[in-house]
Design a protein around this ligand. Sequence first.
Ligand SMILES: Cc1cc2nc3c(=O)[nH]c(=O)nc-3n(C[C@H](O)[C@H](O)[C@H](O)COP(=O)(O)OP(=O)(O)OC[C@H]3O[C@@H](n4cnc5c(N)ncnc54)[C@H](O)[C@@H]3O)c2cc1C
Length: 374
Amino acid sequence: MILDAVSRWLEREVRPHVKKLDQADEYPESMVEQMKELGLFGATIPEQYGGLGLNATTYAKVIGKIASVWMSLTGVINSHLIMSACVQRIGTDAQKEKFLAKFASGEIRGGLALTEPDAGTDLQAIRTSAKKDGDSYVINGTKMWITNGIHGSCFALLVKTDSTIEPRHKGMSMFLVEKGPGFEASRKLKKLGYNGVDSAELVFDNFRVSGDNLLGGEEGKGLQTALSGLELGRINIAARGCGLAEAALMDSLRYAQQRETMGKPIAQHQAIQLKLGEMSTRVRAAKLLTYDAAKIYDSGQRCDMEAGMAKYFASEAAVTNSMEAMRIHGGNSYSKEYNVERYFRDAPLMCIGEGTNEIQLMIIAKQMLERHPV
Ligand SMILES: Cc1cc2nc3c(=O)[nH]c(=O)nc-3n(C[C@H](O)[C@H](O)[C@H](O)COP(=O)(O)OP(=O)(O)OC[C@H]3O[C@@H](n4cnc5c(N)ncnc54)[C@H](O)[C@@H]3O)c2cc1C
């Protein structure tokens, strides 16, 4: 039912407006309101808090569908849901009661703030600090590339509560922070693609937050919380990759049957057929890997290797298929009249976000070596 509702909404309310919003890099206000009505801000939040309580498999299908029409919209909900997942996983009962229903309805929206100007992959090198002062903490530092940074109001923020302790992760904690004096989005970042959704720099200047907002009520759980959200996050990125790779394929199948050279549709030239064959296989393989990882996740088993494989393969499939779609569309691929130039700009982000593909390959190799020792 949810997939049907999302498909109808995409065709009626999203597809006709994507080109304009993408090219103007304009925030999709009305679509965000419609996503609230569809319940998407609560997609993976339990029903007891008013969410849809979807499992990872259904969620991946929803995300794939949305990404096949406009990938940017998936960022608006996914970063928000990773923030919610942090609360669901380690939040105290009081934190769950205070935030989850408002997250599910979309009344409070936000995201996850981990990355800093000098620390992305190496999260233990972050410098944003939270110093205890009575019943509250004072936060100073800068976060970079934060999705929903301008239009969101609440973020799961990774900080150092102790920068001297070893191992370093023991000094890392996570807070739920809502914008107020001392916490602002200082600028919207200009990007190659992923337009419409805002990516921002967040600055904390002696920002005071209540100790009640320390997630889990205990210092030292921050990195673990951030990393544990990544399995679902990677399945989400894999699903976005599937959606983009499929969109590039479907546009190419259509174009190749309409465009003629040498007296026949280009789809009848073997060179184009080889591309279509490879593109189709990539889409199918990416989907199977993604649904496989989601199924393992839903069964409650560890799936970092499978999620890594799905994320790696599906994101590379999106990059390759968007490039192949460009070649099939010839000169028209370079035109803003067609969608393929957008796929080509949006796809590389999937190789970077939620852990770069280089890191995914290292995770996969590490697991394989552990499973097959000599
Ligand atoms: C549009 C966009 C939206 C984003 N949204 C968010 C968000 O909402 N929240 C958030 O917190 N972050 C967000 N990010 C940040 C993103 O998660 C980071 O950019 C990503 O984790 C990579 O970190 P980095 O840019 O610091 O690259 P680096 O860590 O500097 O990596 C550079 C290169 O070195 C490689 N590398 C690094 N370490 C190793 C290693 N140990 N072994 C092998 N290779 C290595 C990497 O694979 C990469 O190829 C976003 C980024 C973008 C571009």
